[in-house]
Write a protein that binds this ligand. Structure first.
Ligand code: FAD
Length: 667
C-alpha cells in the first residue's frame, strides 16, 4: 500500500507531537495552522507539566495517585481508562521532552526540579521557569522542522481550516482550507484528518487565552456532524490580572512556589497591603482548606475568591473585584529563577513589582474541559489499547481530535499542568491508531472523491463571496462579538442560574440573526482579516449555544459548573446526633446525584443548527466517585459517614459476591 497521508489541523503542542510521531512512523503529513506554529497558543503556557518521577516517588507518589488526583479533580466526569493511560505515560513524556532539549529547571544535584500545583499534595510538576509551554513548543517545532527537511512534513501556516470533507458513507476524506494571505481555497485530500486546534476562549470575549483561540475549526467539524462533549464545563482560573484589553494569567505556579491569597478583614482597607498586620488579614483558602491551602483545585479556589468578594464584601478594592496574591515573603532570587517570566508580565502590565508589593488578581476564563467527543479502546489492564484506530477518533470515521479541543481527559475541572501532558500524550498516542485507520480506509476512495472536494470548494468559495459582498449591512462584527463575550461571561462562568441561561440562549440566537446582517468593511481579496474574523464569529454562535444549553439542562453542581440553586447543603448542626443525620442526608443526596448526573453531555448539531443534547454513561471502572471535599473545615462528618458506607458496602460485597464486584456495585 502507498504511504498514507494525514492532515493535521493545528500546530500547538498536540498538533506538533502528532506530526512528529506520524512522520517518525513514515507517514506524510500536511500541517495546517492559522498562525506560524511557534505562535500557537501553547507558547503561552507558564507553570509546568505534570508527571510522577523518581523524586516524587520518594515522597510516596506514583502513577495511580496522579490518575486518582486527576479524576477526583475532574469530579469523576472523565472516562477513567484514557486518564490512567495518560498518567502512566507522564514520566516517559517528560523524559522525552528533556531529551529533546527542554531546559527544565534543575535542583543543585542536577535532578529535574518539581513544584506543587493545585489538587495534589505532591510536587509533581516539572517546569522550565515560568515559560514551560514555550520551551516545549520550540523543542517539538525543531523536531517537526527536521521532518520538514526530510520531506515528510509540509507546513501550511496562515491557513484556515473551513470544513472536513466527508464521503457518501460519512468517512472523512480530507478538508477544505483557505490561504489567509492570497485568500485562495484549496482541497487537502487525506487518509485521516486530526483536529488539534485548541480552546475557544474568544467565546467569552476577554480570557487568558490567545486571540486566535476562537473555536472556529471545532465549530466547523461540529456543524459537519462531529459530536461535542461536556461543552458546559469551562474553567475559570482563580488568578488572573484584570486588563481592559485582555485578561492575563498569573499562573498557579505562583502559589506552587509559596504564593498566599488573602484579603484584609476590613472591607476595602485603604492601607498599603504591606502595612496591614497578619492579624488583620484573612488567608481564607488556608483557613477553609488547611490540607490543600492555596492549592485547592481551580474550581474551588475560583468560587472561594468570587464568594469572598461578592458575598462577603471583602474585595480589596471597592469598585473592582480583586484579592491579594502575595509572594513578597519568597526570596527574590527564588522568584527570579522560578517565576521570572510571569512576574515580568505583572510588572509590565500593572507597573508594580510583585516581588515587593502583593499582586491584585481575580478569576478569568481560561480553559475548555469540553470539546470534540472522541472514542477510546479500553485494554484488559484498565488503560488503552495502543494502536487502536478508535483512540481519539471522533464519531466521524477518519476524523480525529487531540489536545485542548477534545473532551477526554479533564472531566468537570482540569488540574493545573495536566493540559500540557494531555496535549502531548494525545498527540503521540493517537498516531499509530490513526495510521491503522488509514489502512482500513481507502487511498483509492480518496482519489475517487474529487467530486466531493469540488463541491466543498464551491461551497466555501460561495460562502466567502457572499460575505465579501456584505458591505451594506447594519451590524458591526466586532461590536457583536463584544456583546457575545459580555453575555457569556455574565451568565456562563463562575455562577450559573437557569433563568439567566435560558434568557442568554435566546439572546445568542438573536445575536446570530444580527450577524447575518453584518457589514464587512474590507471587501478586498488579500489578507482580509475582517472577513476571516466575521466568519469565525459566525462559528462562535453554535458553540455558545451548546455551552448554554448544556449548562441549562445540567441541574447540579459538578466541578466548574456551579448552580447555587442545586448546591449541596452544608452541615449546620452542632449537636452530634443531628450533625450525623445531616451528614447521612448529604451522602444520600450525593449518591442520588451521582446516579442522575454522572454522565457526559453530548451535543449534536440538529437541523437549523440548534444543539441537541443527550447523555452517555461515564466509565468509572477503576475508582468509584466520592465526595470532593479536599479537607474542607466542617466536612469531617461527611468524610466519616462516607468512609463507613464504603466499608459497609465492601464488607457486604465481599460476603456475597467477592471483591471484584465492588467497583461496579458502587460506581
Ligand atoms: C496563559 C495560559 C497558561 C497556561 N499554562 C499552562 C501550564 O502551565 N500547564 C498546562 O498544563 N496548561 C497550561 N495552559 C493550558 C495549555 O496551554 C493549553 O491547553 C494547551 O497549550 C493547548 O494546546 P493545543 O495544542 O491543544 O492547542 P494550541 O496550542 O491552542 O494550538 C492550536 C493550533 O490550532 C491552530 N488553529 C486554530 N484554529 C484553526 C483553524 N480554524 N484553522 C487552522 N488552524 C487553526 C492554531 O493556529 C494553533 O496552531 C495554559 C493556558 C493559558 C491560557
Amino acid at each position: 500500500m502507498a504511504q498514507p497521508r494525514v492532515l493535521v489541523i493545528g500546530g500547538g503542542l498536540a498538533g506538533l507531537s502528532a506530526t512528529m510521531r506520524l512522520a517518525e512512523l513514515g507517514v506524510q503529513v500536511d500541517l495546517v495552522s492559522l498562525v506560524p506554529v511557534k505562535r500557537s497558543h501553547s507558547v503561552c503556557a507558564q507553570g509546568g507539566i505534570n508527571s510522577v518521577n523518581s523524586l516524587t516517588r520518594q515522597q510516596g507518589d506514583n502513577e495511580w495517585k496522579h490518575f486518582d488526583d486527576t479524576v477526583y479533580g475532574g469530579d469523576f466526569l472523565q472516562h477513567q481508562p484514557p486518564v490512567k493511560e495518560m498518567a502512566d505515560w507522564g514520566p516517559r513524556i517528560v523524559d522525552l521532552m528533556d531529551r529533546l532539549g527542554v531546559p527544565f529547571n534543575r535542583t543543585p544535584e542536577g535532578f529535574r526540579d518539581q513544584r506543587r500545583f493545585g489538587g495534589t499534595l505532591f510536587k509533581r510538576t516539572a517546569f522550565a521557569g515560568a515559560t514551560t509551554g514555550q520551551q516545549l513548543l520550540y523543542s517539538l517545532d525543531e523536531q517537526v522542522r527536521r521532518w520538514e527537511v526530510e520531506g515528510k512534513v509540509k507546513k501550511w501556516e496562515f491557513w484556515d481550516f473551513l470544513e472536513p470533507v466527508l464521503d457518501d458513507a460519512g468517512r472523512c476524506r480530507g478538508a477544505i482550507c483557505q490561504d489567509l494571505v492570497t485568500m485562495q481555497f484549496r482541497a487537502f485530500p487525506a487518509d485521516a484528518v486530526i483536529i488539534a486546534t485548541g480552546g475557544c476562549g474568544l467565546l467569552f470575549g476577554r480570557s487568558t487565552m490567545s486571540m486566535v483561540c476562537n473555536g472556529s475549526a471545532v465549530s466547523r467539524a461540529y456543524r459537519a456532524g462531529a459530536w461535542y462533549g461536556n461543552g458546559e464545563f469551562i474553567q475559570v482560573h482563580p488568578t488572573a490580572i484584570p486588563g481592559a484589553d485582555k485578561l492575563r494569567l498569573m499562573s498557579e505556579s505562583a502559589r506552587g512556589e509559596g504564593g498566599r491569597v488573602w484579603v484584609p478583614k476590613t472591607p476595602h482597607d485603604p492601607r498599603d497591603p504591606r502595612d496591614i498586620p497578619e492579624s488583620e488579614r484573612s488567608y481564607f483558602l488556608e483557613e477553609r482548606y488547611p490540607k490543600y491551602g492555596n492549592l485547592v483545585p481551580r474550581d474551588i479556589a475560583t468560587r472561594e475568591i468570587f464568594d469572598i468578594c461578592t458575598n462577603e464584601g471583602l474585595s480589596v478594592e471597592k469598585d473592582r473585584l480583586c484579592v491579594y496574591l502575595d509572594l513578597t515573603h519568597v526570596p527574590r532570587e527564588t522568584l527570579d529563577r522560578k517565576l521570572g517570566g510571569i512576574l515580568e508580565i505583572y510588572e509590565k502590565f500593572q507597573g508594580v513589582d510583585p516581588r515587593v508589593v502583593p499582586m491584585k488578581i481575580f478569576p478569568a476564563v481560561h480553559y475548555s474541559m469540553g470539546g470534540l467527543w472522541v472514542d477510546y479502546e479500553k485494554s484488559s489492564t484498565g488503560g488503552l489499547v495502543e494502536g487502536s484506530p478508535r483512540n481519539q477518533q471522533t464519531n466521524i470515521p477518519g476524523l480525529y481530535a487531540i489536545g485542548e479541543c477534545d473532551y477526554q481527559y479533564h472531566g468537570a475541572n482540569r488540574l493545573g499542568a495536566n493540559s500540557l501532558l494531555s496535549c502531548i500524550f494525545s498527540g503521540l498516542f493517537c498516531a499509530p491508531g490513526v495510521i491503522a485507520s488509514c489502512d482500513s480506509g481507502g487511498k483509492k476512495a480518496a482519489e475517487e472523491s474529487s467530486r466531493l472536494f469540488d463541491s466543498g470548494l464551491r461551497r466555501e468559495e460561495e460562502r466567502h463571496r457572499a460575505l465579501l459582498g456584505r458591505t451594506a449591512g447594519d451590524e458591526n462584527p466586532y461590536d457583536l462579538h463584544q456583546q457575545l463575550g459580555n453575555l457569556m461571561t455574565r451568565v456562563a462562568t463562575v455562577v450559573r442560574r437557569n433563568e439567566q441561561l435560558a434568557a442568554a440562549y435566546a439572546e445568542v440566537c438573536s445575536l446570530e440573526e444580527r450577524w447575518r446582517r453584518c457589514a464587512v468593511s474590507d471587501s478586498g481579496n488579500w489578507t482580509n482579516q475582517n472577513v476571516v474574523f466575521t466568519k469565525s464569529l459566525g462559528d462562535m454562535f453554535p458553540l455558545a449555544k451548546l455551552v448554554l444549553k448544556g449548562a441549562l439542562q445540567r441541574d447540579e453542581c459538578r466541578g466548574a459548573h456551579y448552580k447555587p440553586d442545586f448546591a449541596m447543603p452544608g452541615i449546620h448542626a452542632t449537636e452530634p446526633a443531628e450533625k450525623r443525620r445531616e451528614a447521612e442526608a448529604w451522602c444520600d443526596r450525593f449518591e442520588a446525584n451521582t446516579r442522575r448526573w454522572l454522565k457526559s453531555t453530548v451535543a449534536t448539531c440538529g437541523p437549523g443548527g440548534e444543539p441537541e443534547i443527550s447523555y452517555q454513561d461515564v466509565d468509572t471502572s477503576l475508582t468509584p466517585p466520592r465526595p470532593r471535599l479536599y479537607g474542607l473545615v466542617g466536612g469531617e462528618e461527611i468524610e466519616e459517614v462516607w468512609k463507613n458506607r464504603k466499608h459497609a458496602a465492601s464488607a457486604g460485597v465481599d460476603a456475597h459476591r467477592g471483591p471484584a464486584a465492588f467497583a461496579g456495585a458502587t460506581g
